[in-house]
Design a protein around this ligand. Structure first.
Ligand code: DON
Length: 307
């Protein structure tokens, strides 16, 4: 029997397609050239079925949606003690590019804000890793989750590196406080390459479904991360994934999630499914306008709110 899910997804897309509010990110010059009308959605269930509608094959840079996956990789590579000693797990209640360090320890408050994500990227692979080793680790890990070989959008990466003063300042502060001990430029270069990895909504859905499935890939059947790592990552996404809109998101949608400035939005509902949406126009928090509305609608229609 034909699944009703693709028709449902198409209907939700059709209902939101005329909403042109928000604006594409332009602090990374290359992102300002993105087609603002792209709109796609995909859902992968924990038993490995993917349904999608709209622009489901369009690639876009993963941006901050890389952060929970890099966190899962760092926990896997370096263990909980090393990661928690470097980055906290508390919501910052501030914008994604604020420094947001904890008072005494000077740890970044969480791995979803830029300061925490730069420190998390620094932990990838092994102590003393090179830029290439860290980026290769991110690429290999994200590709395993997506179940295909991913690559970097070199143009977006170059464009962001040319205007990365704010992230460079954050990295210099982290180095000053002893949170990282590699050169600030190297860590920001690696982090920016990680953010420039290209994905589709179908990739995001299956990547999110792996976290929802306690770390076991729903299509390949391989265990990609330990159960505790998947749980820790989902917990941090729940508290911090939507930055200073995290509380509103938790009350209105109630699904662990992460947004990116290229317009991607990832959801991961424990034990059930992963969701990927893309629509590049963003709200003031840097979250996709139609992506947020799409999630609100799906959460309400399908009773997906965790609470
Ligand atoms: O660090 C940055 O500025 C970007 N590469 C990623 C930021 C991002 O996606 C924020 N999310 N909404």
């Amino acid at each position: 029997m034909k699944s009703p899910v693709p028709d449902y997804l198409q209907e939700v897309l059709d209902g939101l397609v005329d909403d042109r509010s928000g604006a594409v990110a332009d602090y990374i010059p290359d992102l300002a050239n993105a087609n603002p009308d792209v709109f796609g959605v995909a859902v992968t269930t924990v038993d490995g079925r993917t349904h999608s509608a709209g622009d489901d094959e369009v690639e876009f840079s993963i941006q901050s949606i890389s952060k929970p996956f890099a966190y899962a990789a760092a926990l896997t590579d370096r263990g909980f003690d090393a990661v928690l000693g470097t980055v906290g797990v508390e919501p910052s209640g501030e914008a994604f590019n604020e420094l947001s360090l904890e008072g005494d320890s000077r740890r970044p408050k969480n791995p979803m804000i830029n300061a925490g994500a730069i420190a998390t990227h620094y932990l990838l692979s092994r102590s003393g890793a090179s830029v290439t080793e860290r980026v290769d680790r991110a690429l290999e890990f994200f590709s395993e989750l997506a179940d295909r070989t991913l690559s970097i959008d070199e143009s977006v990466c170059r464009s962001e590196l040319e205007t990365a003063d704010r992230n460079l300042s954050i990295a210099h502060m982290l180095r000053n406080y002893g949170v990282i001990d590699s050169p600030a430029h190297d860590v920001v270069e690696g982090y920016t390459r990680q953010c420039s990895i290209k994905v589709t909504v179908r990739d995001l859905a299956v990547m999110g479904a792996t976290l929802a499935n306690a770390g076991v890939h729903p299509v390949t059947g391989r265990r990609v991360v330990a159960t505790e790592v998947a749980r820790q990552t989902l917990a941090v996404m729940t508290g911090c994934g939507m930055y200073d809109a995290a509380g509103h998101w938790l009350t209105t949608v109630g699904i662990p999630a992460k947004s990116g400035v290229a317009g991607g939005l990832l959801g991961s509902l424990p034990g059930q499914l992963g969701i990927g949406v893309v629509s590049p126009r963003l709200d003031v928090h840097g979250n996709s306008v139609r992506g947020v509305r799409m999630f609100q609608r799906m959460s309400a229609d399908m009773g997906m709110h965790l609470m």
